[in-house]
Ligand binder design. Sequence first.
Ligand code: NI
Length: 192
Amino acid sequence: MAVARAAADMVSTPDEAQKLEVIRLGHPILRQVADPVPEEYFGSSRLHDLFRNMARTMGEEEGVGLAAPQVAEALRLFVYRIPGDGEMAAVEPTLLANPEIRAIGSEAEEGWEGCLSIPGLRGLVPRHKRIKVRARSLEGQSVSFTADSFQARVIQHEFDHLEGVVYLDRMTSPSSLAFEKEWERYILRADE
Ligand code: NI
């Protein structure tokens, strides 16, 4: 998932990692259901390398989330980070593999999203406000936590990529779609 430029200054990237090519809408992998991460991948140098490379790519592309299908790896994993501000606690780049999510309660909220595979656009997308997340870590440990608001939105957006779904599919109406520059000029500034 992509955010406004202001959030991108807090990125730190590992040095040996490589920047990967992010595939764009129209590439068939983005519309496939991804395969579970095989057991033997956990803790392997292959998964560590993929994580480092995806984390670097996410940072350099100024994103807050990147799913493996976006770098043409049809695996059920994604990386995400929360830059953190006065209200939100920061989350360093984190890998979640074979995730499961479910809504807590019925509350939904609309928020602006962008996607590194759909560059240059922003749109309003309704998401569950609170979710329960269960997943495996880089080393294969089971993790389970509750996410809300922006973090819940990022995780739902990235999870969708594992199902071949993009945020455009989730929009209530295409009428909010805006190019990034116009969005920053007419919508973001109007909100400040
Ligand atoms: Ni995306």
